[in-house]
Design a protein around this ligand. Structure first.
Ligand SMILES: Cc1ncc(COP(=O)(O)O)c(C=O)c1O
Length: 397
């Protein structure tokens, strides 16, 4: 991560194709396009990458989560179980549908603890959404079993995990629906963009229509298309899709670089007493977009993070007090600061956040350090960085 580090003529040529024919919209204008359908081509490439029957591109990863849930019928008053460690998009996308995010503890995989999920199920629970944070995954089999037993929809937010696999299957293609982000900082970027991935044809058709004002996409006269149901505009543009098309073809190259850089860092840190790594479930392979490790306690991780900053080691974070990624600082959610009135059902459904504590999540996140793996580093730069990081950690724990 991120794919923008290696922009090349491949991306430029795809964008120029779009500018040359002038059609920036993904639907219609058949006569003008000179055969260029970048969004359609990207959907087809992603279908191969994710070994999935259906892919619907949308305008962002946040939109992908809303569209995925809506496509499976999740809406007002439904509860969606999600982890405490994620990105704010998770609860935003759920609440946009009038549904209620139910936050539960993570375990040492850094995402949903199956025991916490099971304990949070109520008659209102409609879906479980795992967030495959920082390029790795949770215990997919246990979570799938829970969903099967309780007849719940299983959704994967794989926005940070493109290229990772579990038992040979791409992350994001395992649950009923998978969601991806191609925003500016992701391994594959469109600038802004996202995708919903599924093998369920009905969900796919719903996603296709819902993300384009409910259009049925029958025929080639947009004005004459019918609207089987209400929708919104979550379309991606041809310009964004063009960038993504060039990038997705380079995914194997990007993952190989991430793996090389990750492995150098991990090998160096493995030799430092007191450093342990997040658990990757058996059969899983990370995307190598981040290296996540734990230090023995919260104090040492704070000291190390500060020393990384002053010592010139960038792109490493402790998320305990991070405004984007962890429940601790999400006061706008806890206090329900909304520009518009929120339904009584959602208000009531979120009252638990006033009192609920997440000690188990705290214990993992406070001790965790998460390091972004860049694509632009040379092998020598990574070796240098690895040495520096090991030295700093040894000096501070
Ligand atoms: C785990 C996760 N989910 C969803 C999103 C939202 O993606 P986007 O920025 O494309 O809306 C992000 C973005 O960082 C993310 O990290």
């Amino acid at each position: 991560m991120p794919g923008f580090e290696l922009f090349s003529d491949l991306e430029r040529n795809e964008v120029n194709d779009v500018l040359d024919n002038g059609v920036l919209m993904r639907y219609g204008f058949d006569g003008m396009r000179k055969g260029h359908w970048k969004a359609k081509e990207l959907e087809s490439e992603l279908g191969k990458t994710f070994q999935s029957n259906h892919v619907q591109l949308v305008s962002s990863g946040t939109a992908a989560v809303s569209v995925a849930l809506a496509s499976a019928g999740v809406g007002a008053g439904d509860e969606v179980i999600m982890p405490t460690f994620t990105f704010v998009a998770s609860f935003e996308a759920i609440m946009m549908l009038g549904a209620i995010p139910i936050l539960v503890d993570i375990d040492d995989t850094l995402t949903l603890d199956p025991k916490a999920v099971e304990a949070a199920i109520t008659p209102k629970t409609k879906a479980v959404m795992i967030v495959q944070m920082c390029g790795s995954m949770g215990n997919m089999d246990a979570l799938q079993d829970i969903c099967n037993t309780h007849n719940l929809l299983f959704v994967e937010d794989a926005c940070q995990a493109i290229g990772g696999t579990y038992k040979g299957k791409p992350l994001g293609s395992i649950a009923d629906l998978g969601c991806f982000s191609f925003d500016f900082v992701k391994t594959i970027t469109c600038g802004e963009g996202g995708a919903v991935v599924t093998n369920n044809k009905d969900y796919y058709i719903n996603a296709d229509h819902y993300s384009d004002h409910g259009h049925d996409h029958v025929g080639n006269d947009r004005g004459a298309e019918t609207h089987p149901f209400l929708g919104y505009n979550f379309r991606i543009s041809e310009l964004h899709a063009a960038v993504g098309l060039a990038q997705v073809r380079r995914l194997p190259e990007f993952i190989a670089i991430q793996k090389r850089n990750y492995t150098i860092l991990r090998n160096a840190l493995s030799r430092v007493p007191g450093v342990t790594f997040r658990t990757v479930p058996k059969g899983g392979e990370e995307s190598y977009a981040f290296l996540n490790f734990f230090l023995p306690d919260a104090e040492s991780s704070q000291k190390v993070i500060e020393a990384f900053k002053t010592g010139g080691v960038d792109a490493c974070w402790n998320y305990y007090h991070n405004n984007w990624h962890y429940i601790k600082e999400w006061n706008h959610l806890k206090d329900l600061k909304s520009l518009f009135p929120i339904s009584t059902e959602v208000k009531k459904g979120l009252e638990y956040l006033q009192t609920k504590t997440f000690e188990q999540s705290d214990s993992y996140i406070a001790r965790n350090i998460s390091c972004l793996i860049k694509l632009s580093w040379t092998e020598d730069e990574v070796k240098d960085r690895a040495e520096k990081m090991a030295k700093i950690i040894k000096a501070h724990i």
